[in-house]
Design a binder for this molecule. Structure first.
Ligand SMILES: [Ca+2]
Ligand SMILES: [Ca+2]
Ligand SMILES: [Ca+2]
Ligand SMILES: [Ca+2]
Length: 431
């Protein structure tokens, strides 16, 4: 780990470029969201000796998917710089990649050698040596970052049971040590990191780990990644290692193709280990489907507020959870009763076919209750109109085309007339 890392990591931004997909994009798999950032959020402080004796603030930049109201998995990302250099923006492109997929991603600071951190407890015993003090400070500051995310999980919209830590080089070493020292995370990501013989910190039941490493790495040897894997396998901790046959230290993050492969590999591992597919899949069949949204609308109508259905984490189960499920997780429109990704007359027909419009009969999503009050009435048509997706085709990210009210209301009135007429005929037939 040396100073040339500075220049290498500055190139990260070239390798990553968030491209957002439109139709058919899958939340947590594909880039689906616009990304918003809150910069310089102070999460703690640390004691230092330079430039003067005292505390320095520690801050993170917080990247999140715009207008995503579900409880998000979170990842704290720590830059690399040999515990000697501060590169606050180094992993920003990576954070943007995660946020565009539905994660809250934070790039956090930690004290480094030039700060002259004061002696603190750590895994390397009595820290007489300045570099050891810097490493201990880094580990402890990572812990502060995680604690801050956890304490503010409600406000940040984080699922406190899905918090990951990862980083590059010294950031990866910090993630591995802190993650396995305190088991303070739900998964660990290491880009060219290692544990230098401390792999015994990994015990059965500890968090899963995913690693990416160049085969020939003169700064953090590839063997160190293999040591982590061997220990994890020995104690049954889920793990996966992506090996690049190139030569270099984290070079895979500097090449556009390899960087894209890396994010896909790491993201898929975390998707599986954190069971992100289960979010909103109430019937547990592995996909979000009509049965799930029918269950959610039925639950909202009971007003039991069963936490298993609380998509947005506000301790209530109501129309906001339905909107988050439909609009944010499933990326479709209010009114899409058959959940085919579009809201058009077919949805009106299928909803009206249930024959419950303005009957006060118990209805679910597929039967026209798009608000979660248990009935299908004009309020549901208004909610669908307000969402604005009628006949717009699939919802693409950032779409904000207001549908003229006249067109929607014309369609509604025609369908309602047809429905009323049909019901009248059915009644007359049944007499
Ligand atoms: Ca399902
Ligand atoms: Ca809720
Ligand atoms: Ca539809
Ligand atoms: Ca309703």
């Amino acid at each position: 780990m040396h100073a040339s890392l500075h220049r290498k990591f500055a190139l990260f931004a070239l390798a990553f470029a968030v491209t957002r997909l439109g139709n058919g994009a899958e939340v947590f798999i594909d880039p689906t969201f616009d990304v918003q950032v809150q910069e310089d959020v102070v999460f703690g402080a640390g004691d230092v000796g330079n430039p003067v004796s005292g505390e320095i603030p520690l801050a993170m930049d917080v990247f999140s998917p715009a207008e995503a109201d579900f409880m998000k998995p979170a990842i704290l990302l720590l830059y690399g710089g040999g515990f000697e250099e501060r590169h606050l923006d180094q992993l920003r492109p990576l954070a943007e990649e995660f946020a565009s997929r539905g994660w809250l991603a934070a790039t956090g600071d930690y004290r480094i050698l030039p700060d002259e951190p004061t002696a603190e407890p750590g895994p390397f015993g009595d820290p007489e040596d300045a570099f050891t003090r810097a490493m201990h400070a880094a580990f402890n500051d990572a812990a502060k970052g995680l604690a801050w995310l956890r304490e503010n999980s409600t406000q940040l919209g984080i699922d406190p049971e899905r918090i990951v830590m990862g980083g590059a080089s010294s950031g990866a070493i910090t993630s591995l040590f802190e993650g396995y020292r305190n088991n303070s995370v739900d998964a660990i990501v290491s880009f060219c990191g290692g544990m230098y013989g401390f792999d015994g910190l990994i015990d059965a039941g500890d968090p899963p780990v995913v690693l990416v490493h160049d085969e020939i790495d003169e700064l953090v040897a590839f063997d160190l990644a293999q040591d982590v894997v061997a220990r994890a396998n020995g104690v049954g901790v889920p793990n996966s290692l992506l090996k690049y046959e190139g030569e270099g230290h984290c070079d895979f993050l500097l090449d556009a193709t390899e960087a894209a492969e890396t994010i896909a590999f790491v993201n898929q591992f975390l998707y599986d280990q954190l069971e992100l597919a289960s979010i909103g899949d109430f019937n547990g069949n592995g996909v979000r489907d009509v049965d799930d949204i029918d269950q959610l609308t039925r639950q909202a109508a009971t007003k039991n507020h069963d936490s298993g259905f609380d998509i947005n984490g506000d301790s209530l189960v109501d129309v906001l959870d339905i909107q988050a499920w439909v609009g944010d997780l499933e990326n479709t429109w209010v009114g899409d009763s058959n959940l085919d990704g579009e809201f058009n007359s077919t949805d009106f027909i299928s909803a009206f076919q249930a024959g419950k419009f303005e009957t006060a009969e118990m209805s679910v999503w597929s039967e026209g209750d798009w608000t979660g009050d248990g009935v299908f009435e004009s309020g549901d048509l208004v909610a669908a109109f307000q969402d604005g997706g009628f006949e717009l085709g699939p919802r693409s990210a950032g779409q904000s085309v207001p549908e003229p009210m006249s067109l929607l209301m014309l369609a509604v009135s025609v369908i309602m007339l047809a429905s009323t007429e049909r019901q009248r005929r059915l009644r007359s037939l049944s007499r």
